[in-house]
Design a protein around this ligand. Sequence first.
Ligand code: SF4
Length: 497
Amino acid sequence: MCGFYGAIGSNPNVCHEVYEALVCLQHRGQDSAGIVSYDHRFHLKKGNGLVRDIFRAKNMERLTGTWGIGQVRYPTFGGATTEDAQPFQVHYPYGIAMAHNGNVTNAEILTEWLRCEKRTIMNSSCDIELILATFAAELGEIGGVDPDPESVFKAIEKVLQRVKGAYSVISLVAQLGMVAFRDPHGIRPLLMGKRIAADGTVEWACASENIALEILGYSDIENIGPGEAVIFRPGEDPLRRKVLSIRHNPCIFEHVYFARPDSIIDNVSVYEARRNFGIQLAKKWEKSGFHADVVIPVPDSACTSASTMARELGIEYREGLVKNRYIGRTFIMPGQGERTSSVRRKLNAIESEFKGKDVLLVDDSIVRGNTSRQIVELARAAGAKKVYFASCSPPVRHPCVYGVDMSTRAELIANETSEAEIAQKLGADAVIYQEISDLRLAVANSGSDLHYCAACFDGNYPTADVSAETLSNIEEARLQDQRQRLSTEADKVGEPG
Ligand code: SF4
C-alpha cells in the first residue's frame, strides 16, 4: 500500500503543499518518498526513508512550479532501492511524471509486450514504471505532437484494458495538466478536492485519503470512481469520464488497518467501521464462553474497535501496551528480520494492567503471527494469568495481489491451520476471529452497499485475471525477490566497514 498526492493551480510553492500532504499520508508507506514539480520542466527529488528525512531546504528550492505530485512508498515487491522510489518520469514521446498506489498482476506479460512491441525495457521492479510506459506508448500512438484531453482519455482506456490488478494513479503530462485515474474495480482509494486560492483562482488536488485534502484546505471532496479518469487543467473545470468501469470492489483492509481513523474511504468513515468491527467482535466473544478481566488494544489501529468491544461487553478497557511512536509500522517493513526486531522495540507492557488478570488482547489482524506471538509473550511476561487474542478481521488465508504485503500463503499463520493451532503457535489460551460475514456487515452498517474486496480472507479475487496459476507465479516471483533481498543483505554484512 502506498499514498500519493497531486495538486495543480496557482500555488508557486506547490512542493511545500505536496510535502505536507505526504507527511499526512506517511502511515501508508515509510520505505521511500518523492516529489516531482513542473514549471515547463520537471524537477524531481526522491529517496529512501521518511518524508522528513529526504527533503532538505535546498531540495525544496529546486522543486519549482505550480503543478506537483508526490508519493510515499511501501514495497510489496522489489527492494527498498532508490530506483524503485516514485514518482517515475519519461521524456519521450511526451514529458510525463507518474506515481501510484497498488499492484499490477500481469507484470510479466506487460514487460514482454513493452519490450517486443514498443522497444521499451524496464529499469526497476516497480509497477508504476509499467503503467507509465504503457500510458506513454498508447498516448504516443494517438496523441500527435501535442496530446489533447480526448487522446489522454483514449490512452487511459487502453491502459485500463491492458494493465490488470489494482491501481490508483496520479500523473503530470507536460503542457497538458494533471491526470488521475483508478482501476476498473476501484480497489485502491482516490479522491479529489477543490480550493479557492488567495488570488481567486480555483486549485485542484487528488489524494489517497481525504485527510490530506482537508488538512490542506480543500473542500467539495469526492471520490474518483472505479475506471474513472479526471484531467485537471489550469483555469478550467476538470474533465471527468468513466473510461472502463467493471464493478466497484474497494479494499476492505483499508478499514481494518491501513487508513487513518479520521479518513473517509468511498463514503465510509474508517472510525465508524472500526467501531462496528468492535460491536460484531463483542458478539462473537460473548458466544465463546471465555472470561476476561480487561480488554487491552494493540495500538494504534485496534484501539477504536477494542474500546467499543469493551464497552459492549461491560469489561474494563485499559491501554496496557505502550507504543514508541518513533518506530515504523511493523507490518509495512520489508524483510522479516526488520519486522521481528522492531516489535519488541516498539511495544512495552504496563505490568499493573496485566498482573494476575485474564487479558483479552485485541488487534486489527493476524497476518504472519510474528508480531502477535511477541505481544502474547509480553503479556505473559507482565504477569497475565490468561491471554486471549482477538482479531478484528477474519483469518488471513490468501495472499493479497493488489498491493498489501501478505506475500505468500506459506508465510500466513492461518494458512491451512485451525484456530486452536494458531492459538498454540501464538502461545495464547485462545484466539477469536471476526467472521467474514460480520466484517462485511460492520462496513454495511457504516453506510456502504458496496461489495468489498476481501480476497485475503475468502480467496475471491475481484479481478478476473487472478487464477491459481497467476497466484503461484506471483508467489514464486515474490519468493525469488525475498531470496535476492536476503543475499543482498548478506553481501552487505560481508562488506568491509
Ligand atoms: Fe485489500 Fe485483502 Fe483485497 Fe488485498 S486482498 S485488496 S488487502 S481486501
